[in-house]
Design a protein around this ligand. Structure first.
Ligand code: ATP
Ligand code: MG
Ligand code: FE
Length: 335
């Protein structure tokens, strides 16, 4: 089945053409990062306007790249939520309009469901598996038993991992979004240089908390200001990243032990982090776990990732009704 996928949940306008939920024929991502950087974070109203401006050209580009037209498309997969309502509406209304005009089915996909199945575009993973989703808005461990069958095992009680990276970077004076900068600077630093807390590390649950880490960064910097660039800034970045990775790796290994599941998927924008990728790889090797982390281009927001579950639902008569609307919040356990 030839699926057109559309993603506009936050600050990326993206479209992709994917065959059989497996092969990416084209994938276009137009990022608004540079626009929002000026404000230090995503401004919802600006995001909606930019999506409106970019949605048609991005879809056209995705189609033209494979020399197909809308007449060749057999179904549409589109992000229905969670995300910014105004941003979601742009992609969702466009998908509904195309589906209605072309008389083809469309299906609304959970954005995190998209992130989880991104790795299937490289190699399908056997069910059941555990998924650690680390992104701008989520730090969740899910048990994935099949398409549409998810159980939340643990989650952040405050900030998400990506939020912690971005906020700590901002505290240090690094430009938004700071995750990538911290990753680069951490490579040059000593992870044992600064003592930072590992929140909820030994509470026995599978939950996370990152807001205290941000406060610890603030307190440290008020006593020991760092010059950027400089070796002390690199040390602080490396120490911060180590603290985040320690907790993520520990809780994930706990979830693997508790469930006895032998396959692990790590997904979302923070899965681009080089330190986390290394730490997860060594943990998986030590525990004999089959690990799947997609290449960085598939970790961040893109539309192709939506076509995996999208293709499954469309082929199994689970298309969405034309009366369906977007939803800013949406629990994965209730899909
Ligand atoms: P969600 O998927 O929860 O709705 P989102 O779509 O905004 O949120 P993603 O696009 O999946 O989130 O990920 C963006 C996040 O990933 C940002 O917080 C960004 O800083 C972080 N990130 C990207 N690359 C890296 C990296 N190399 N190291 C750490 N964090 C990173
Ligand atoms: Mg984004
Ligand atoms: Fe995302």
């Amino acid at each position: 089945m030839l699926v057109l996928a559309i993603e506009t949940s936050c600050d990326e306008t993206a479209a992709a053409v994917v065959a059989d939920g497996r092969r990416i024929l084209s994938s276009i991502v137009s990022s608004q990062i540079a626009i929002h950087a000026e404000y230090g974070g995503v401004v919802p109203e600006i995001a909606s306007r930019k999506h409106l401006e970019m949605i048609s050209p991005v879809i056209s580009q995705a189609l033209e790249a494979v020399k197909v037209t809308l007449a060749d498309i057999e179904g549409i997969a589109v992000t229905r939520g969670p995300g910014l309502s105004g941003a979601l509406l742009v992609g969702f209304s466009t998908a509904k309009a195309i589906a209605s005009a072309r008389k083809i089915p469309f299906v609304g996909i959970h954005h995190i469901e998209g992130h989880i199945f991104a790795c299937f575009l490289e190699k399908p993973v056997e069910f059941p598996f555990l998924a650690l989703v680390v992104s701008g808005g989520h730090t969740h461990i899910y048990l994935v038993e099949g398409f549409g069958r998810y159980r939340t095992m643990g989650r952040t009680v405050d900030d998400a991992a990506g939020e912690a990276f971005d906020k700590s970077a901002k505290i240090m004076g690094l430009e938004y979004p700071g995750g990538v900068r911290i990753d680069a600077m951490a490579r040059e630093g000593n992870p044992a240089a600064v003592r930072l807390p590992r929140p909820l590390m030994n509470d026995g649950t599978l939950n996370f908390s990152f807001s205290g880490l941000k406060t610890a960064m603030l307190q440290h910097l008020s006593k020991h200001p760092v010059a950027i660039p400089g070796p002390e800034a690199n040390d602080l970045c490396a120490s911060f990243q180590e603290a985040v990775c320690d907790v993520l790796v520990h809780k994930t290994s706990l979830a693997l032990a508790q469930t006895g599941v032998k396959r692990l998927v790590v997904a979302g924008g923070v899965a681009c982090n080089s330190g986390l990728r290394q730490r997860m790889a060594s943990m998986a090797a030590k525990l004999g776990i089959e690990l799947h982390i997609p290449k960085p281009a598939l970790c961040g927001d893109n539309a192709a990732m939506l076509a995996v579950a999208g293709n499954f639902y469309l082929e199994n008569d689970k298309a969405s009704d034309s009366a369906l609307d977007v939803t800013a919040t949406w629990n994965m356990d209730h899909i």
